[in-house]
Write a protein that binds this ligand. Structure first.
Ligand SMILES: Cc1ncc(COP(=O)(O)O)c(C=O)c1O
Length: 375
C-alpha cells in the first residue's frame, strides 16, 4: 500500500507515548498562558493589532509576490531600516518566517568548502540550514567555545560557527563573547539565532549580540523571528550590508518565497516602536523568569536557571510530561511540553514562558498549579 510505512511509524509513536495533537485555541481562552512565545505580551496590544489592520488595509492581505518582484513594499523597507537601527547593525532583511531566515543565512554563508561548526543544542531550523548548505557541518558540544576553537583548528578554508543565543529547550544562553573570540582566532564568521534573546536580552531588548558587545561587528550575523517578542510573524537577518546584499542575491528562501505579509510587517513595526518606547518590558520579562524559577525551585521542582524568558522544568518521562501539561491545562494553566524528538538530550520538560505582562498573582497561581499537578 502507498505510504504503508506511515501506519507503522504511527504505531511506534503511539507505543512510545510520542503522539502529537493539535488543540485549536479559541480567541477568548480562559487559560493562563505560560506556553506561548509572546514574551513581552505584545501580540494583542492594540497598537500592534492596529498596525496589522492598517497594513492589511493599505497593502492588501498578502505581499502579492516574491521580494524581488512585487513583494517588497515600502513597509518592508521601513521595518528593515528600523530593525537595523534598533540593533545597531548596518542592514536587515525580513523573511516570511524565522525558519526561512535561518535556512537563508546558513545556506548562503556556507557554500562548498566552508566548515560549519554547529552547537549540539541548536534549533531545528539551524540544523536544517546545515543539512541544506553545501559546506560541511561539524556538530560540537553544547555551549563549548573550546570545542568550537578545536573544530575550527581542523580546517584551512572559510568557516562559520552557528549557534542559538538562547537555547529553546532549557532557556540557557550561549557564551557569545567567548564564541566570537574563538571565531576571531581562526578568521571565522559567527552566525547566531537570537529568536529567544531579541526583545529580552541586551539594552532595552536589543538582543543577545548587543548584550555581548557584538552589535555591528563585521564578522557577526544575527537572525531573529518576529513571532516571539514582537508578537507578530516573520523573520529577519541582521548584519553587515555586504552580507545582506549577498542574501538578496543568493538566499533561496528569500528569492523563491512570497514576501512577508504586510499585516505581519505592520504588526512587527508597531511592536518594535513600542519596545523602543517601553524598554522596561525586556527587564520585566527577565525578572518574571527569575521569579518563576525561584518559586519553582523553592517548591522542590527541578527548574533550570533561566538566562532569558524561557523556564524549563524537568519531567520524569515523556508520558509524565504529557500528563503533567494536561493536568495543568485542566487546572486552567497552559504550559509547553517538550519531549523527544524535540529535545536533543532525550529529557522531557515542561516549558514555561515568562511574559512581561504576568502579574504577581498570575505567577503565584502558575507555580501553585504546577506544584499541585507534579507527577
Ligand atoms: C531558536 C528558534 N529559531 C527559529 C525559530 C523559527 O522561527 P519562526 O517561528 O519565525 O519560523 C524558532 C521557533 O519558532 C526558534 O525557537
Amino acid at each position: 500500500m502507498a505510504f504503508g510505512w506511515i501506519d507503522e511509524q504511527a504505531e511506534l509513536r503511539r507505543r512510545a507515548g510520542l503522539v502529537r495533537t493539535l488543540r485549536p485555541r479559541p480567541s477568548n481562552s480562559p487559560l493562563l498562558d505560560l506556553a506561548s512565545n509572546d514574551y513581552l505580551g505584545l501580540a494583542r496590544h492594540p497598537e500592534v493589532t492596529d498596525g496589522a489592520a492598517r497594513a492589511a488595509r493599505d497593502w492588501g492581505g498578502g505581499a502579492t509576490g516574491s521580494r524581488l518582484v512585487t513583494g517588497t513594499t515600502e513597509l518592508h523597507t521601513e521595518l528593515e531600516r528600523e530593525l537595523a537601527d534598533f540593533c545597531g547593525v548596518e542592514a536587515a532583511l525580513v523573511f516570511s518566517s524565522g525558519y526561512a531566515a535561518n535556512l537563508a543565512a546558513v545556506t548562503a554563508l556556507a557554500p562548498h568548502g566552508t566548515l560549519i561548526v554547529s552547537d549540539a543544542g541548536n534549533h531545528a531550523s539551524l540544523i536544517d540550514g546545515c543539512r541544506l548548505a553545501r559546506g560541511t557541518t561539524q556538530v560540537v558540544a553544547h555551549a563549548d567555545p573550546d570545542a568550537v576553537r578545536k573544530a575550527l583548528g581542523t580546517h584551512d578554508g572559510a568557516a562559520v560557527t552557528v549557534s542559538d543565543t538562547v537555547f529553546s529547550v532549557d532557556g540557557d544562553a550561549a557564551p557569545l563573547a567567548d564564541l566570537a573570540a574563538s571565531c576571531r582566532e581562526h578568521g571565522a564568521g559567527l552566525l547566531v539565532d537570537d529568536a529567544h534573546g531579541f526583545g529580552v536580552l541586551g539594552t532595552g531588548g536589543r538582543g543577545a549580540a548587543e548584550g555581548a558587545g557584538l552589535a555591528g561587528a563585521d564578522d557577526v550575523v544575527v537572525t531573529l523571528t518576529l513571532s516571539k517578542s514582537l508578537g507578530s510573524q516573520g523573520g529577519a537577518v541582521l548584519g553587515p550590508a555586504r552580507v545582506i546584499d549577498h542574501l538578496v542575491n543568493a538566499a533561496r528562501t528569500f528569492i523563491f518565497d512570497t514576501g512577508l505579509a504586510p499585516a505581519a510587517a505592520g504588526a512587527a513595526l508597531a511592536a518594535l516602536r513600542l519596545l523602543r518606547r517601553e524598554p522596561e518590558r525586556a527587564a520585566r520579562a527577565r525578572a518574571v523568569a527569575g521569579e518563576l524559577h525561584a518559586r519553582l525551585t523553592a517548591a522542590g521542582l527541578e527548574a533550570v536557571r533561566p538566562d532569558a524568558a524561557v523556564v524549563s522544568v524537568r519531567a520524569p518521562s515523556p508520558e509524565d510530561a504529557v500528563r503533567w501539561a494536561a493536568d495543568c491545562r485542566a487546572a486552567g494553566l497552559a504550559v509547553g511540553c517538550f519531549r523527544p524528538p524535540s529535545v536533543p538530550d532525550g529529557i522531557s520538560r515542561l516549558r514555561l514562558t515568562a511574559r512581561a505582562d504576568l502579574s504577581e498573582g498570575q505567577i503565584e497561581r502558575a507555580v501553585r498549579v504546577i506544584g499541585e499537578t507534579r507527577p
